[in-house]
Design a protein. Structure first.
Lengths: 417, 119
């Protein structure tokens, strides 16, 4: 096989990936006939028919549309996030971020189809996938703006440079935290792809509960920390702020209460949706999925909103000056002592105060889903316990109304030797 | 006409071509030549017919040297029954409406489909 033919065959196999698995052989079938067609325009037209077949079949499944949408969003994120010159540590980190996140999201989507099965056909499943991918892509440019500020040398006087020297080279730009961020984002994408896949057998109502509950949770947490969760007071900047502020208390209650409530509601709806009592395994799946999805969506919501707000304050001086008054500059310990009225130092201190409050969002991304998993996992275990002691539904694992169950009949029993 | 038989004119043409020698496996290019359909039209039709269980497909066992294995097609029992039904529908329609030809001539001549779409 010549190199050109080999490249052509490889390209064809790559393009055929856009088609559903059961259709790929048909592309090969069209190509296999091409040598029979007289060379020239007629053979070219025959091959063009194969391309048309791929386009038609792939478009029918919405895969080309999804791929184009993802490519456009990824290009936009890369364009917005790509830093100018390779002069600092933050710049190299940002470039790695952009490339890795885009590759991760694209690769996971391909792998998820073969591992988790096709995406759920419900509208809420599609909405969740698009929303999660859009949120993660939107996070990259915002995060990169923050990191550029964290790594930039201070423009102020000698005191600030001294402060910088004491604080170390950069406040948050370390490879270990970057790797943790990329791992967390990959886990988020994988979890959302799994929850919204057909094979996970999570009911559309469960997905809707998780999406709504998570958005509410994220909105309340954004309200108490629109500029991050560093050293600045709680409910910064528009409320006086304290740890016992009613909104703060509500946020903590919601953090633990929303996944539990979502799990209970999902279980009720799932149980009510079928004509018979669904299996315990299916109910437990809905409980854990609803709770986990709630806190995943909530954490992603507050992280993207908060980081974007911080990035906006860093890009727009008027917004930063409006939000950061003198009393809020305690975010970086000891910084206020070094300011002494220097305008350049004041600007830098405002920027750095805004920027240092962004990294704690990563902690939220890790902790929120763990809380949900712990709480709903306990709920699922107690359901199983009740079933085992005869207080719950029928004690069996498996699915429910959300997806087809494997049915073992005499016809498909394995034949022994 | 095609709506009454449940098949488009092009699909009927493919069925007719396969029905000419129902026991024989046919190549895609041969079907394209016989029906006058282009590959971009012929293969989606074959895919739908295979999905509905009217056509069965397989790969050639022994390809010609230096050539890739070719895909082969023939009608299934259900396919033969569907062609018979379609033929009856066509015949019935022709009797009911003698002014209307067996199939739309415009569509057929445009695609180069033989005049007798259903044997």
């Amino acid at each position: 096989m010549s190199r050109l033919s080999w490249v052509g065959a490889a390209a064809r196999r790559g393009v055929a990936w856009l088609m559903p698995a059961g259709r790929r052989g048909w592309v090969e079938a069209v190509w296999a006939e091409a040598p029979e067609v007289p060379p020239g325009l007629r053979r070219l037209a025959w091959r063009a028919g194969g391309v048309r077949l791929i386009a038609g079949e792939a478009l029918m499944r919405g895969r080309i549309g999804s791929a184009l949408l993802f490519a456009a969003a990824a290009a936009l994120a890369a364009w917005a996030a790509w830093p100018g010159s390779l002069a600092s540590f933050a710049t190299s980190v940002d470039r790695v971020d952009v490339i890795t996140v885009v590759a991760l999201l694209g690769g996971l989507a391909l792998v998820a189809r073969s591992v988790f099965g096709p995406p759920g056909s419900s509208r809420v499943a599609r909405f969740l996938r698009v929303g999660a991918y859009g949120a993660i892509l939107a996070l990259i440019p915002a995060k990169n703006v923050v990191e550029q500020v964290l790594d930039v040398p201070p423009h102020g006087g000698i005191d600030l440079r001294l402060y910088r020297l004491i604080s170390g080279p950069g406040f948050g730009n370390h490879w270990d935290s970057e790797i943790l961020f990329l791992v967390v984002m990959a886990l988020y994408a994988a979890a959302l792809l799994w929850l919204t896949a057909q094979r996970s057998r999570v009911a559309p109502a469960t997905l809707a509960i998780g999406a709504v509950g998570g958005t509410a949770l994220g909105a309340v947490w954004y309200a108490i920390g629109p500029l991050g969760f560093g050293g600045a007071p709680a409910t910064n900047p528009w409320l006086p702020g304290s740890d016992i502020d009613p909104l703060m208390v509500l946020a903590w209650i919601l953090l633990f209460g929303t996944p539990v409530a979502a799990g209970i509601l999902a279980d009720r709806l799932y149980t009510a949706s079928g004509s018979s009592v669904p299996p315990v395994g299916g109910r437990a799946r809905q409980i854990v999925a609803a709770g986990l999805l709630t806190n995943l969506v909530g954490a992603l919501f507050v992280t993207v909103s908060g980081t974007s707000t911080i990035a906006a304050t860093l890009k727009a001086a008027w917004l930063r000056n409006w939000l950061y008054h003198g009393h809020l500059l305690s975010g970086v310990a000891g910084l206020r002592l070094l300011l002494r009225g220097d305008p350049g130092a004041l600007t830098y201190s405002h920027e750095i105060t805004a920027a240092v409050d962004a990294p704690p969002f990563l902690i939220i991304c890790v902790v929120f889903p763990l809380i949900a998993l712990a709480l709903t996992g306990l709920g699922a275990l107690s359901l199983w316990g009740n079933a085992a002691t005869g207080q719950g539904g029928p004690p069996s694992g498996g699915g429910g109304p959300a997806g087809p169950e494997a049915v073992l009949t005499l016809g498909n029993l394995p034949r022994g030797g | 006409m095609s709506a009454r038989s449940g098949f488009s004119a092009q699909t009927l043409a493919v069925l007719a071509a396969l029905c000419a020698q129902p026991s024989q496996w046919r190549h895609g290019y041969a079907l394209a030549r016989q029906t006058g359909l282009k590959s971009g039209t012929l293969y989606p039709i074959l895919i739908r017919l295979a999905d509905r269980g009217l056509v069965e497909a397989c790969w050639q066992d022994e390809p010609q040297p230096g050539r890739p294995r070719r895909h082969l097609y023939r009608l299934t029992t259900d396919g033969l029954a569907a062609v018979a039904l379609a033929g009856a529908a066509l015949a019935g329609a022709a009797l009911a409406d003698p002014a209307e030809p067996t199939a739309r001539p415009g569509a057929r001549t445009r695609r180069g489909v033989p005049a007798r779409a259903v044997p």
